[in-house]
Ligand binder design. Structure first.
Ligand code: ARG
Length: 594
């Protein structure tokens, strides 16, 4: 099966070849003038240039070769030699039936499936999430779904930040504040304590709220007080050496944070296949360092051990990868390098996508180069998929609550409140029972947040504007859900009246437009996949909803005569399925009613 564009390109290519011209110039694209044609081919211009001929003449010769093609209702030459193509209603109807019968709704599979690992979200223990984490979750989830839908074997990993300096800061802050916790930690470290008892003490005394409260304080002190910072570094090194008390307390921090994070991410429709922490590769670090050493890749630098990654022709100097700090600790880049080793052993990905804030571009360039120098990966096997920031109205990275930190749960609650308000305002959902109403409000909220993000190319920064994001009008998630629900209610009504869908046969312009758009799904998918850019699918979903609206206004369903009614009903059903598929690839679910 292939989309109309590909089928037509073949036919036009054959006409070029028959005229003694290169077949690849027969490539067609959707028409720039949909009022005049469905597709166009501009290949006569370069063909004429190469052959030293007049482009309109070349175009006319190709057009003559297409005469009699039953799939085309018109072939016209425009301007300097563009070939305009209009498909027959029969060809369009046939394609519509093909998409309707396809469980994949016209979206093709990749020719050679690969093993892909998507590293996204990357939240940290205690360190509050920022917009970079939110965007990474939204974009990464969508990329994961798109790759999987096209047939790759995909694993999504949260790459939990649980092993750095912040852990030393927290161990210090928590034991300073709480004597019971400190005694339990000391007991374990002295080899006199009982681990299960210690954990009970941690559970009773240290909550997620405590970590949230203590971390910012500790982080600030670490910046201004050298002694405090040095102690935190020492505690970090001791943790990494697995001092039992530190290790048990750390385990508690990681657990309470992970439980809360997984719950909040799930509410946002973000779920991971793997929740691996930086700490999970800790055991691989010593052998890795030994191996790098044996390969003579490590350089001593003021007590630290580094890998230099500069290359000839670099426009600016990249810092080296810090593998072992002067305190003997593993650094952010060390765990990233060891994670590459781990992933090679456990999954063997052909390609790894790191969906992380653009501000970490240098970090990844350094890690990727080091991994290549170490012989772990081939050039291009690791890819940083960067993105811009979500800003507040002040133009700075968005923060909730009087400049406070971004809490995923606060964000969801705030957006859900807004969604309820919007539903009431629009007179929607009034007939739903409270539970169904809540479900709808939640879905509207998630759609508002995610679509506002995904409709932009990821590299673009945008401003957080909840009023606009949550509106049922305009290019928004709620608008798309509203349209999906509208189609669902049309289908429900038809079912209630016993009307069944039949074979699709199009004749009206609005019907043709709708099928042409359904046909364009595959191209949107390919663009989103190749460019790691879900905005192509977001755009497709939006256009599909709009085009359906126009179709429904121009082509009544229930009042049409039976054969037409059955065809239009099938078209509506297919549109809904493709719209929900596209939304699902964005990580958005539509409610049944609102
Ligand atoms: N935890 C990191 C941070 O908050 C993001 C992790 C991104 N992924 C990675 N493999 N480094 O900045």
């Amino acid at each position: 099966m292939s989309d109309l564009k590909r089928g037509l390109s073949e036919a036009v290519g054959a006409a070029f070849a028959a005229a003694g011209l290169p077949a690849e110039l027969g490539r067609v694209t959707p028409s720039d003038r949909p009022d005049l044609a469905d597709f166009q081919c501009n290949g006569a211009l370069p063909a004429a240039r190469r052959a030293g001929r007049n482009p309109r003449e070349v175009a006319a010769e190709v057009a003559a070769g297409l005469a009699g093609n039953p799939r085309l209702s018109a072939v016209e030459i425009a301007g300097p030699g563009f070939i305009n193509l209009k498909l027959s209603d029969a060809a369009i109807s046939e394609r519509a039936r093909e998409i309707a019968a396809d469980p994949r709704l016209g979206g093709e599979l990749v020719a050679a499936p690969r093993k892909i690992l998507v590293d996204y979200a990357g939240p940290n223990v205690a360190k509050p999430m920022h917009v970079g984490h939110l965007r990474s979750s939204i974009i990464g989830e969508s990329i994961k779904r798109i790759y999987r839908f096209r047939g790759d074997t995909v694993v999504g990993d949260a790459h939990f930040g649980d092993w750095g300096y912040q852990m030393g800061l927290l161990i210090g802050a928590v034991t300073d504040e709480n004597v019971a916790v400190r005694d339990a930690v000391d007991g374990l470290n002295a080899g006199t304590g009982d681990e299960a008892k210690a954990v009970t003490i941690f559970e009773a005394n240290v909550s997620l709220a405590d970590l949230d409260r203590l971390y910012p304080e500790a982080a600030a002190r670490g910046k201004t007080e050298p002694d405090y910072r040095d102690r935190a570094r020492k505690l970090t090194a001791e943790l990494q050496a697995r001092k039992p008390g530190h290790f048990a307390l750390w385990g508690h921090f990681a657990k309470v944070t992970q439980v809360a994070l997984e719950r909040d991410f799930h509410a946002l429709g973000v779920d991971f296949d793997l929740w691996k922490g930086e700490s999970d590769v800790d055991e691989l670090i010593a052998p890795m360092v030994a191996e790098l050493d044996a390969k003579a890749l490590l350089v001593d630098d003021q007590g630290a051990r580094i890998i230099r990654v500069t290359r000839q022709g670099d426009k600016r100097e990249l810092p080296p990868l810090l593998v072992v700090s002067s305190e003997g600790s593993a650094m952010y880049g060390t765990t990233d390098l060891a994670t590459i080793v781990d992933r090679n052993q456990s999954f063997g990905p052909d390609h790894v996508l790191y969906v992380v804030d653009q501000r970490q571009a240098d970090h990844f360039e350094i890690v990727f180069r080091a991994a290549q120098i170490a012989g772990y990966v081939a050039e291009g096997q690791l890819e940083h998929v960067g993105f811009g920031t979500m800003n507040g109205t002040d133009g700075k990275p968005f923060k909730t609550r009087e400049g406070g930190v971004l809490k995923l749960n606060d964000m969801i609650v705030m957006t859900r409140d807004k969604a309820r308000e919007r539903l009431h305002e629009a007179g929607l959902g009034a007939e739903l029972d409270p539970e169904a109403f809540e479900d709808t409000a939640h879905k509207v909220a998630v759609a508002a947040l995610k679509f506002a993000d995904l409709q932009n190319f990821r590299g673009t920064s945008y401003v957080f504007d909840l009023d606009r994001f949550s509106s049922f009008e305009g290019k928004t998630g709620p608008y798309l859900l509203y349209q999906a629900v509208r189609v669902k209610s049309i289908l429900r009504r038809a079912a209630d009246e016993g009307v069944v869908a039949g074979e699709i046969t199009v004749s009206e312009p609005a019907e043709r437009d709708l099928v042409l758009l359904l046909d364009a799904f595959d191209q949107a998918l390919v663009d989103a996949y190749d460019k790691k850019a879900p905005n192509f699918l977001a755009e497709h979903a939006y256009k599909l909803a709009q085009t359906f609206s126009k179709f429904y206004a121009a082509c009544p369903i229930m009042s049409a005569e039976p054969v037409v009614r059955a065809s239009r009903l099938a078209l509506a059903g297919t549109t809904l399925r493709q719209l929900e598929q596209a939304l699902d690839l964005l990580g958005i679910a539509a409610p049944d009613r609102m």
